[in-house]
Design a protein around this ligand. Structure first.
Ligand code: AVI
Length: 323
């Protein structure tokens, strides 16, 4: 069955990634982007309100407190693009603060049509803000947004929620370089990053008592069953989230509780897992504030301002494109 909104190319990529990741003889893996089908996106929304998971609340708190100051640091004539469709409070704080100075155009960029529809519902009626959805991958969408810049206008790109933390460190640097390459000097990027914090706090956030994160993780196998004719028995897998101290990141796995085989019809693959063998499904990197500044610098940005939440260490960094 086709996932709603998944075109032929996206489906072919899904099959190729499943084959490559689950066909490996060493550590099996699935790219974390496949956690977010419609069910996964709804489960992630639920994660953001869990008492153990303070990340999203910290992000929103910082933007509520500092959006006016952020606006004061940016030119009045501004085009705003967001990587990922902004939802709810956090993007609203920024758009309202910016539009209080002068009207602006806002371009949420997302490959998920349903996420964009939701975004319109939440942010489509802010006074002084004209919104136009861009249904494309991040970098293509960024090209489309920047192409709409009018003479003398600056660009502000939002990349919130520590999504950058789900990239491998080197991939994150390359991605920010690619963003920088699409911007002009003086354009800005607002980057949200989750910070290093006590390990117990992190482990609780990714092993919540209600089991929502476990369901979010397991859903990737359910998705393979639904969309690719997979035969995984979900009850034979356990969610596992561990902290890698050397790499400052949470790693999420699905651990096989027993030896098993699962056929995935559409991928022409039979996956064999030994008892205790794992599938790596996500990394969530944590940063120190100085790491963010160094990362920014290596990608062609300078850090103009940084705001940190003390309750749940999280940073919002305003980065300016430099030559
Ligand atoms: C979207 N991203 C920043 C989340 C994170 O914390 O890495 C995804 C997530 N995975 C498990 N819980 C939340």
């Amino acid at each position: 069955m086709f996932a709603p909104g998944m075109d032929h190319q996206a489906r072919a990529e899904f099959i190729a990634d499943v084959r490559a990741g689950l066909g490996k003889s060493g550590q099996k893996e699935l790219p974390s982007s496949y956690l977010y089908d419609e069910v996964g996106a709804a489960l992630f929304e639920a994660i953001t309100v869990l008492p153990e998971y303070g990340l999203t609340r910290a992000d929103a708190r910082l933007l509520e407190l500092h959006s006016a100051e952020l606006a004061s640091k940016l030119p009045a004539s501004l085009l705003v693009g967001e990587l990922g469709s902004g939802s709810g409070k956090k993007t609203r704080w920024i758009l309202e603060a910016l539009a209080a100075r002068s009207a602006l155009r806002y371009y949420p960029i997302d490959i998920s049509r349903s996420a964009l529809v939701k975004c319109r519902g939440e942010l489509g009626r802010i006074r002084g803000v004209t919104m136009e959805e861009i249904e494309q991958p991040y970098l293509e969408g960024l090209n489309s947004a920047v192409a709409r810049r009018t003479r003398g206008q600056a660009v502000l790109i939002l990349f919130l929620g520590s999504t950058i933390g789900n990239f491998e460190r080197e991939e994150a640097r390359k991605f920010l370089q690619q963003v920088r390459a699409r911007l002009a000097q003086g354009d800005a990027l607002l980057l949200g990053t989750d910070l290093v914090k006590p390990v117990d706090q992190l482990l609780a956030a990714y092993n919540d008592a209600t089991g929502v994160t476990a369901a979010f993780n397991l859903n990737v196998l359910a998705r393979i069953n639904r969309e690719l004719g997979g035969e995984f028995m979900l009850s034979d897998f356990a969610h596992q989230a561990v902290y890698n101290r050397g790499k400052h990141r949470i790693e999420m796995y699905l651990r096989a509780k027993c030896r098993q085989q699962a056929r995935i019809r559409e991928a022409g693959l039979t996956v064999t897992l030994e008892a205790g063998e794992t599938i790596w499904t996500e990394s969530s990197h944590k940063f120190r504030v100085e790491d963010v500044r160094a990362l920014a610098q290596s990608a062609g940005f300078c850090c103009e301002a940084q705001w940190v939440d003390e309750e749940w260490p999280f940073a919002e960094s305003l980065l300016l494109a430099v030559s």
